[in-house]
Ligand binder design. Structure first.
Ligand code: BG6
Length: 477
């Protein structure tokens, strides 16, 4: 995987430049990369969308986005230099003249033969027309393309999208982005497991009885009904982010930390995933969702999903993986929890086992890792109390050096490093195992905003184990 090398000179074209993702993550992220000196020596960023903006309007829009959502504020010389690299060119399948001209101009200004990166931050329905448009405009050769998620809505549409993409780009030019794989603490799963002798030996069915990947959000759909109504929590979060994280958690040690070997190992995990059993799925919808603007009065879209998956291989056979994510839940957290087997002999007094023996990876930036275990409470009697060992990124390392998921991945795409991007076959496999659920989804059950999903279904799904959230609260300080 890449170190902190700077990429070669580049023209970056941002489709969907006036949208929500560009404002929240991409423009602030590009500016942060510029501010910490990780963008190329010479680069240009061309915003594009179906709307037409002047360069000035786009710079204003970018400044507002960076001001509102960025970690680096848009001031001083760094901003002045950055904003001069921004321009705007509208494009549509019928007319790419302005875009082609803007790219040619930018390449000429940079000089030499700069790299060209297209970022498709557009709604899923616009992936195919945008890719086809790039092909028709002759812009594909020598370029790289970042495609957002979800990549398709089921196996058939993912295959069709892959066919369209491959008619224009070679797979080596395609960077399917899943920004969770760019998060420091998700990446750290690889370091934690494979750089230490302590943890990997217990990372299997002999020692672990369950795994939870829990990503509740307090956010609502934030006005994104147009996207969310056709997507829902399973497609938006589980088949994408949570299963990708599962790939890192469950993989065998790769022969080397390069794209080929990492992807080979995650592909084996996905291959061993059992097709989802609808008996092991809870779909919830928060009360009030149907009143949101743009949502159908009888919408069956789930705003929360909890799923039990199993991996049929030697390492994980019999270990359930519980995945949960949703909107308007009780807290915004991003937790992986591995629960260890109970010791074979219960020699301590009954009632003493209230604590949990879990390893908890909190992968919300800046992230932490906690090992929770039982210890003897001080005193004359041998009573057990909950104890923990905590590693916090922010305490141990300089947070200023950290990059957000998108920042890391845009940088990797410019460097041509595909390690943290998803492959065509892997994406198709995840849709394949989702087939039974997508074909025959259980009915949505209501839940109140601020709770943890429909009860008792969501707790029953995990029985005889317990969700770490909210019962066990946040990792201990
Ligand atoms: C996006 C989803 O991919 O990830 C959103 O579309 C979700 O619905 C978001 O809120 C969560 O990502 P993060 O990194 O902001 O927690």
């Amino acid at each position: 995987m890449s170190g902190s090398a700077r990429p070669e000179n580049h023209v970056v074209v941002l489709f969907g430049a006036t949208g929500d993702l560009a404002a929240r993550k991409l423009l602030p992220g590009l500016f942060h990369l510029a501010a910490v000196g990780l963008l190329p020596d010479r680069y240009r960023i061309i915003g594009s969308s179906r709307r037409t903006l002047s360069d000035e309007q786009f710079r204003d829009l970018a400044r507002e986005a960076v001001e509102r959502f960025g970690t680096s504020k848009p001031n001083g010389e760094t901003w002045e230099t950055f904003q001069q690299t921004l321009s705007f060119a509208g494009a549509s399948p019928d007319d790419t003249t302005a875009l082609v001209a803007a790219i040619e101009r930018a390449e000429k200004e940079i000089g030499g033969a700069p790299g060209r990166l297209f970022h498709l931050a557009v709604p899923p329905a616009a992936f195919e027309p945008t890719v086809t448009m790039l092909g028709a405009a002759g812009l594909a050769p020598g370029s790289r393309v970042i495609i957002e998620k979800p990549f398709g809505t089921d196996l058939e549409s993912a295959r069709a999208l892959n066919d369209t993409v491959h008619a224009v780009f070679d797979e080596s030019q395609v960077f399917r982005i899943d920004h969770f794989l760019g998060k420091e603490s998700v990446d750290n799963i690889l370091a934690f497991r494979f750089a230490n002798g302590l943890f990997e030996p217990v990372w299997n069915r002999n020692h672990i009885s369950y795994v939870q990947i829990d990503v509740p959000e307090t956010l609502s759909i934030e006005g994104r009904a147009g996207f969310y109504e056709h997507t829902g929590a399973y497609r938006d979060m589980i088949v994408t982010h949570l299963l990708q994280v599962l790939g890192f958690l469950a993989m065998e040690p790769p022969t080397a930390l390069d794209a080929r070997h990492l992807r080979e190992e995650t592909a084996k995990v996905f291959d061993a995933l059992r097709p989802i059993d609808v008996q092991h799925v809870v779909r919830g919808q928060y009360t009030g969702y149907r009143d949101e603007d743009g949502v159908a009065a009888d919408s069956q879209t789930e705003t929360m999903a909890a799923v039990r998956v199993e991996i049929d291989n030697w390492r994980w056979s019999g270990v359930p993986f519980f995945l949960r994510s949703g909107k308007k839940l009780g807290a915004s957290r991003q937790l992986v929890t591995l629960g260890f087997h109970e010791p074979p002999l219960r020699m301590f007094p009954a009632g003493a086992r209230d604590g949990r023996n879990e390893l908890v990876i909190d992968f919300a930036d800046p992230g932490s890792i906690t090992v929770e275990f039982l210890a003897k409470e001080p005193g004359a009697q041998l009573r057990l109390g909950a104890a923990g060992m905590v590693f916090r990124y922010a305490d141990s390392f300089c947070a200023a050096h950290s990059l957000e998921g998108y920042e890391r991945l845009i940088l990797d795409a410019m460097l041509g490093d595909e390690s943290l991007f998803t492959q065509a076959a892997a994406v198709e496999r995840l849709w394949e195992i989702s087939g039974p659920l997508l074909d025959d989804p259980p009915p949505v059950q209501p839940y109140e905003p601020g709770t943890w999903g429909p009860q008792p279904a969501v707790d029953q799904l995990i029985t005889p184990f317990r969700w770490r959230l909210p019962h066990a609260g946040p990792p201990r300080d």
